[in-house]
Write a protein that binds this ligand. Sequence first.
Ligand code: SF4
Length: 184
Amino acid sequence: MGSTAEDIIISPKPAGLEGPGFLATSIDKVVGLARANSLWPLPFATSCCGIEFMATMGSHYDLGRFGAERLSFSPRQADLLMVMGTIAKKMGPILRQVYEQMAEPRWVLSVGACASSGGIFDSYSVLQGIDRIIPVDVYVPGCPPRPEQIIDGILKIQHLVETESIRRRDTPEYKAMLAKYGIE
Ligand code: SF4
């Protein structure tokens, strides 16, 4: 059955002062609302968790409902890096390069046990969590996580994006955090 106009849920407007014909709010809230509802994810999918992501993009779960259906396979046109699958140590520098090529502001979602901690692969060749080489904003547990869990991770990212100050990336704290990873 097709959806109707009544099925469409509009994002709530930001808090502010309002009256007939006007709404006064802060630029942080407006930018946050726009960014959160138009994420462009870059899927860095290496193994089985990537299959769950394909299901998440399919018509049943439909990530487009959250404004994030426009996938980007170019880091320069992406603002959400989704890492899904086992990351071998040899692949670490590639992942890091992809992250570094993304423009600010950028967010990282670590999907599944492998990306978050190496998962069951406690071996010499597997990176024991991508946060050893790049900062991570939200972790999604599971092996594999179901599409509902991936969507939950996206909702948590959206909350971070919506509530982040537009000046956060210029703060000494943020630069110090990147410096810990050796990223300028
Ligand atoms: S967490 Fe499990 S399902 Fe996901 S990539 Fe690792 S082994 Fe595969």
